[in-house]
Design a protein around this ligand. Structure first.
Ligand code: AMP
Length: 507
């Protein structure tokens, strides 16, 4: 045993864990030290690949070819608002791929985001293999609960690219609940408030011994520590512009130095009230005089700048509790997960909302990786009574576009997974030989305002008058939240040929 690991593939940091022969969970250290590896990939000027700490160490000097935060862009259309906004802060080159996906230009080669994720997975696997002294080719990998079908598929594909069989994808808050609950053997209903580097998830989970049933989940894949950093960056840029009349936004080296210090100052300010923000020689005046950034930033200021982010997280939490039909005072514990929950204003807001302080039982940086390893181990065990039962849900509805362009929901949000539904369609024209269906995921009424998962074509329908051929389409969502579809002629039972066209994203 021990040859299957759990991987927390985070936006900013990743980590891996394993259950050893004695049944103990262990985080895998990198070179004897830290347990987390920065989710950063870079190519240096000699063309060498750098991943993790090595990539982070050189990111100020090589901002154009250092890729971080890539998980945030997975499955996002290039022309979308998010990619546009992130382009202002990320110094690396983003290009439009053929399917309107994001490509990252690194010298002579363009990488898609699945490839970048695969590099990070490969690094984590190699660190684990070195530490354990045996090859590793299988893993349970966690994703934000709020990831859609396409983003989940991209993670599986990233594993395949580097010969890692992603045996199962599980949701990050669910993994954290496993880390908390498996060894405690409790009957409790808990909330997991997970605010990491890039994403926010909130889940309500009922634990009954080894059964973990998600009651409801929600989140925002564009709400995380990066947004705190960006708020500080904007403030610094604005201040510099006012004082010196120079906009540093177009200067990648300056931006990278500001970004680096913004995050470090934020972390500093989580334990003190003010911190110097000092970058010497950040740029020069047109006359060649060096200019510095030199100010003091306070926690209070950062709180003012980021209050809308906290408010958003609490608003989503309110909705999820409503969906779960659990009253705040009926929760047994509140778990905080993700590095950004170390920010005092986040903890205060959570304490106020739930009317009590969060649990101290899990480490916010480690719980997800540990939970993934516990689940991986459980999949391997022969003892049936030791197996963990996970009953998870879909974080967002899946549906099709109807004739009026509206979303016709096949599965509601928070529908349990795995799940399957059949839907009957009749032909609209004489001798119609195919049915085309656009599938979307999201909560918007207009189908096209949701994320498109793909366009499915079912072909080979038998001829006949309009309305005479009935096609039964099966929508099948796996326990990992991944959709597959098939169709058959209802009267003859003949399977149709299914082809899928994906319009944007990376999967
Ligand atoms: P994770 O994705 O869980 O590794 O979370 C990483 C995020 O947590 C990054 O945005 C970090 O800047 C942030 N973070 C880590 N430590 C702290 C801290 N003490 N205060 C505020 N944010 C932190």
């Amino acid at each position: 045993m021990g040859d299957i690991i759990g991987i927390d593939l985070g936006t900013t940091n990743s980590c891996a864990a394993v259950v050893d022969n004695k049944g103990q969970v262990k985080l895998i250290p990198y070179k004897g030290g830290e347990y987390t590896i920065p989710s950063i990939y870079a190519v240096d000027d000699k063309g060498n690949e750098l991943v993790g700490h090595e990539a982070k160490r050189q990111w100020q000097l090589n901002p154009r070819k250092t890729v971080y935060g890539a998980k945030r862009l997975i499955g996002q259309p290039f022309k979308g608002e998010l990619v546009n906004k992130m382009g202002e802060y990320f110094a690396y080159e983003m290009k439009r791929g053929q399917e309107d996906n994001v490509l990252i230009g690194l010298g002579k080669t363009d990488f898609n985001l699945t490839q970048i994720s695969s590099k990070i997975l490969d690094k984590i696997r190699n660190v684990a293999a070195d530490y354990l002294g045996k090859p590793i080719s299988r893993a349970v990998v966690t994703v934000p609960a709020y990831f859609n079908d396409r983003q989940r598929q991209a993670v599986k594909e990233a594993g395949r690219m580097v010969n890692i069989d992603v045996v199962r994808i599980i949701n990050e808050p669910t993994a954290a609940a496993l880390a908390y609950g498996v060894q405690r053997n409790v009957n409790q209903t808990i909330a997991i408030f997970d605010l990491g580097g890039g994403t926010f998830d909130i889940s309500v989970i009922e634990i009954r011994g080894k059964t973990f049933e998600v009651k409801a989940t929600g989140g925002d894949i564009f709400l995380g520590g990066i947004d705190w950093d960006n708020a500080i960056i904007d403030y610094i840029l604005e201040d510099f512009k006012t004082k010196n009349g120079i906009d540093l936004k177009g200067d990648p080296i300056a931006m990278q130095r500001i970004k680096d210090l913004a995050e470090r100052s934020k972390i500093d300010l989580s334990v003190r009230a003010e911190a110097p923000f000092n970058i010497p020689f950040v740029t020069m005046t047109p006359e060649g005089e060096p200019l510095d950034i030199d100010l003091v930033i306070t926690r209070q200021k950062v709180n003012e700048l980021t209050q809308p982010l906290v408010d958003r997280a609490i608003r989503i939490t309110t909705e999820v509790l409503k969906d779960a039909k659990v009253a705040v005072n009926k929760l047994d514990e509140i778990l905080l997960v993700g590095g950004q929950t170390r920010w005092p204003a986040v903890q205060e807001a959570v304490t106020k909302f739930f009317g009590r302080p969060p649990s101290k039982h899990v480490n916010p940086d480690e719980a997800v990786g540990i939970g993934a390893a516990i689940f991986a181990h459980s999949l391997e065990t022969d003892a049936v009574d030791q197996r963990i039962q996970l009953l998870d849900v879909l974080s967002r509805a899946i549906g099709i576009e109807d004739a009026a362009g509206n979303m016709f929901k096949i599965f509601d949000r928070n529908a349990p997974v795995p799940n399957a539904k059949a839907q009957l369609f009749t032909t609209a024209q004489d001798d119609q030989n195919e049915v085309i269906m656009r599938i979307y995921q999201g909560e918007q009424k207009k189908a096209r305002e949701n994320q498109q998962l793909g366009e499915f074509t079912f072909s080979g329908l038998r001829g006949g008058k309009a309305g005479s051929v009935k096609v039964e389409v099966l929508f099948d969502v796996s326990s990992e939240g991944i959709l597959t579809m098939s169709a058959k002629d209802r009267d003859t039972g003949k399977e149709m040929k299914t082809t899928v066209k994906v319009e944007s994203g990376d999967a």
